[in-house]
Design a protein around this ligand. Structure first.
Ligand SMILES: [Zn+2]
Length: 431
């Protein structure tokens, strides 16, 4: 089922005409209303009237997260503050917080895009949605909430935390759709087992997971443990929140990006040059319709690639490959680039481990050190020491073979790695 058939299956030529019209309008709006952009455009010698084709986007300046921080809190808003009906903010763990705003229409568009995402995931108005994304300044909770209501589904606004109560609600309300981070879902599965409940017996059939990077191996693990279809959703608060892109249940092969609202590009993160279709690079997004906080060429730091081949689900919107890594998350270990997702893939592919791990990076003298702590699967606990040592060596060998770095692998007892109720903190960098 497709929520907005006309838009989601629009022929590309028609879509590009719509995008160009919206892009031209966007550049006019930011030039007239946002001093920051007027200055940037003047510096580049670009006037709104110079945008005559979609390719002309390359003449527009990039926007970085730092630009939002520099204009904290409302400096980049393109409408009077009275027209802003909602504020969200990032946690600001790596620096000053960033603030985003929405007009009434922005909130409405967001709800519509989330409703589209729900339907792409295979949900309908008949579903009960258990929403375990945090409510509050974080966009996850309210983004999903408004989308489920727009769809007409029954939303259970549980938010994050209170895990034992969540298990109770899963049992009592019988939700058919669940939304959370993949790491919190793993925690909920564990907590259900502890409560003596078989989560596979519940009516759950779809999980919509996002807000942190996760792998194909994690998807398979969640699908097997829950007996559901696990769908990848993408979003970021600077651009909107969840619902910027979402996988379809029919293909589960790439996330359809809402191109009528967001214009994506893939660039070389080092040079800033636009890369040809199909290349892996940094995702850059221009918001075509956002009123309160429109952004030109926002650098997401997420690495992916775009596939314009029509999908078997019937949607013509481009498919974005699941995020392959974040340039911010990339670890450099003795000169070798390592993404945490690569480590996750190896751990989850190795039998005998549980999907709970932590990556500890340190320095010994002038050398970087990498230690990976992985929980042993309860079923393997009874194994003798020799078996466990062999398992450690096996993971170590795979990491050396596939990633080219030497890591110390330490198996730890079940439930010893701290569980997260939102986004997992998997890396401890002591350097
Ligand atoms: Zn599709």
């Amino acid at each position: 089922m497709i929520y907005d058939v006309e838009t989601e299956t629009m022929p590309r030529e028609e879509l590009e005409t719509l995008q160009l019209k919206r892009l031209q309008n966007l550049v006019e709006r930011v030039y007239a209303n946002v001093p920051f952009y007027r200055k940037r455009l003047d510096e580049k010698g670009v006037k709104p009237a110079d945008i005559r084709s979609l390719a002309d986007i390359q003449y527009l300046p990039f926007t970085e997260k730092q630009d939002l921080r520099n204009n904290y809190p409302f400096g980049l808003f393109a409408v009077p503050r009275e027209n802003v009906v909602r504020i969200h903010s990032s946690s600001g763990t790596t620096g000053k917080a960033t603030v985003v705003g929405y007009t009434k229409r922005d909130v409405k568009n967001w709800a519509t895009l989330m409703a589209r995402s729900f339907m792409a995931a295979g949900a309908s108005s008949a579903d009960i949605v258990h929403n375990a994304y945090g409510y509050g300044l974080f966009t996850g909770g309210l983004g999903v909430h408004y989308g489920a209501e727009e769809l007409g589904a029954t939303i259970v606004p549980v938010s994050g935390g209170g895990t034992r109560r969540q298990v109770q609600l899963l049992r009592d309300f019988g939700p058919t759709v669940i939304c959370s981070t993949p790491s919190y879902m793993q925690y909920l599965i564990e907590a259900s087992n502890d409560a003596g409940m078989d989560i596979r017996e519940l009516p759950l059939r779809v999980g919509i997971f996002g807000a942190e990077p996760w792998t194909e191996e994690m998807r398979r693990d969640l699908e097997a443990r829950l007996g559901i279809t696990a769908i990848d959703i993408y979003g970021l608060s600077e651009i909107m929140g969840p619902g910027v892109a979402c996988e379809c249940r029919a293909a589960q092969n790439g996330l359809h990006l809402a191109e009528d609202h967001f214009l994506p590009e893939i660039i070389d993160p080092k040079t800033g040059e636009t890369l040809p279709p199909g290349s892996v690079g940094e995702l850059v997004i221009t918001t075509l319709t956002k009123e309160a906080l429109p952004l030109l060429r926002y650098r997401t730091r997420d690495l992916t690639k775009l596939d314009y081949v029509p999908c078997k689900c019937g949607r013509t919107l481009v498919r974005m490959h699941r995020i392959m890594g974040r340039s911010d998350d990339m670890l450099i270990i003795r000169g070798v680039n390592v993404f945490p997702s690569q480590i996750e893939s190896i751990i989850l592919e190795t039998e005998g481990t549980a999907p709970h791990y932590q990556i500890i990076v340190g320095r010994h003298g002038s050398l970087d050190t990498l230690e990976i702590q992985v929980e042993v699967d309860e079923k393997f606990l009874s194994d003798e020491i020799r078996g466990l040592q062999a398992l450690e060596r096996k993971i170590q060998k795979s990491i050396k073979e596939f990633l080219g770095v030497t890591a110390k692998v330490k198996l730890v007892e079940p439930k010893t790695i701290q569980r997260s109720e939102g986004k997992a903190k998997r890396i401890i960098d002591q350097r």
